[in-house]
Design a protein. Sequence first.
Length: 104
Amino acid sequence: MGKREKMTAEAVDAAVASLEGWERQDEKWIAGSYRFVTFPAAIAFVGRIADIAEELNHHPFIGIDYKKVTLRLTTWHAGGLTELDIQSAERYNEVYKASIAGNR
């Protein structure tokens, strides 16, 4: 299966189960939320997410609520979730872990 081919429901469930902080919203979306100590830290995280999104050419919906950032992913042209969504979520989790490590 290619990175941009729609995954089966079973494959999505298995992949999301291994993604800390992410959940399947429905057959087309996964979402993850991240909390930060300060608003500037949340905004800095969004900047790093933007760089990854550009690199992957796969852009999340981003919601910012003070110190909480919520990301939602889907692959529009596939009509649902793909390996690229899972890969993106994994990368975003890596960035988050690196960013909070510096705030402890």
